[in-house]
Design a protein around this ligand. Structure first.
Ligand code: HPA
Ligand code: ZN
Length: 324
């Protein structure tokens, strides 16, 4: 089964590029850039990754990215991940990027976008890996800041596929970003949003109704609302579920308790993703293997999930035809 899951062409629709920063690269970049970290070794970094909820993770995620200073750092970060992903049979990666977190510590948007842009072009050429980019808004920051970011990103609009919404969910409902998402729509960008990870089912409904998203990131709390589940099924709305993330952020206590089998049973359009692989104990293949262990799914189930991701991906029809 491992060989089968590894060889299965996988598209990753829910990944934060800053969440791919492995402790080894974090330490190396800290050294290269003279950034002080509160860790003496790679082992200490890993030991610190014991999260109680989303916020406890976000605190370390924002701290970890402080080592990223130059375009070369962003290129190295993404290339490191693209190589690991390609080794696991990933054929397409869509990266969320959090520019506000970098701007806040004095790293220019151009630094981030040029470094990531170089890595994306190399991935295509060197690894036959297609990529897409999602400009994410930090939902715990003011709505005006999101709009400002979108305008500042004008030189890069051509390289973007969508806008997204991430960071601390509870207390920051999707409707807060109605205007930024309207503007993104007018620019021809697709919309996705994290909803129903820690937040209530109403946030999922709001993402659909107010932000007009084509995919919901996480969405696992939808099961608490049968009317919403019926709607998501009828609209074949794509949910980008991240099993190991949900486990490590204590959305569930054991993977065996995860709502994925019930969501599958409900006929939802599901995909499997890694979210922040460096922090949550595994990449795409590990997430697929963990589901196999917890749920005993057959090859047909995994073929269906992988196919859902290819069909929902931001990629050219020529590329989609090649991967079908
Ligand atoms: N949820 C919300 N925001 C995030 C996450 C996540 O899992 N990862 C990085 N930013
Ligand atoms: Zn996420």
């Amino acid at each position: 089964m491992r060989d089968f899951l590894k060889a299965l062409p996988k598209a990753e629709l829910h990944l934060h590029i800053e969440g791919t920063l492995e402790p080894e690269l974090m330490m190396a970049l800290a050294e290269r850039n003279g950034v002080r970290l509160p860790y003496a070794s790679v082992e200490e970094v890993r030991a610190a990754y014991d999260f109680s909820d989303l916020q406890s993770f976000l605190d370390l995620y924002f701290q970890g990215m402080s080592v990223l200073r130059t375009a070369q750092d962003f290129e190295d970060l993404a290339m490191d991940y693209f190589r690991r992903a390609a080794d696991e049979g990933v054929v397409h990666v869509e990266l969320h990027v959090d520019p506000q977190a970098h701007l806040a510590r004095g790293v220019e948007l151009a630094t981030v976008m040029e470094g990531l842009g170089r890595a994306r072009r190399r991935a295509e050429r060197e690894l036959d890996l297609s990529t897409a980019m999602i400009l994410a808004f930090l939902r715990d920051r003011p709505a005006e800041e999101a709009l400002d970011l979108l305008e500042r990103a004008a030189p890069y609009w051509e390289t973007l596929d969508a806008v997204g919404l991430d960071s601390a969910e509870v207390g920051n409902p999707p409707a807060k970003f109605a205007e930024a998402f309207r503007r993104a729509s007018a620019l021809g960008l697709a919309r996705v949003a994290h909803a129903g990870e820690e937040g209530p089912p109403d946030y999922i409904r709001e993402a659909l109704d107010v932000l007009d998203v084509c995919r919901v990131d996480h969405g696992v709390r939808c099961l608490e609302d049968p009317t919403l589940v019926a709607r998501l099924r009828d609209e074949a709305m794509v949910l980008t579920v991240c099993p190991l993330s949900n486990l490590r952020l204590r959305v569930v206590e054991r993977l065996e308790d995860h709502p994925l089998p019930a969501m599958l049973e409900a006929g939802l359009n599901l995909t499997l993703n890694s979210d922040d692989p460096a922090y949550f104990g595994g990449g795409m293949l590990d997430n697929f293997l963990a589901c196999r262990r917890a749920f005993g799914w057959s090859r047909e189930v995994f073929l269906g999930l992988a196919s859902n991701a290819i069909e929902a991906a931001f990629m050219s029809e020529a590329r989609r035809a090649e991967l079908r």
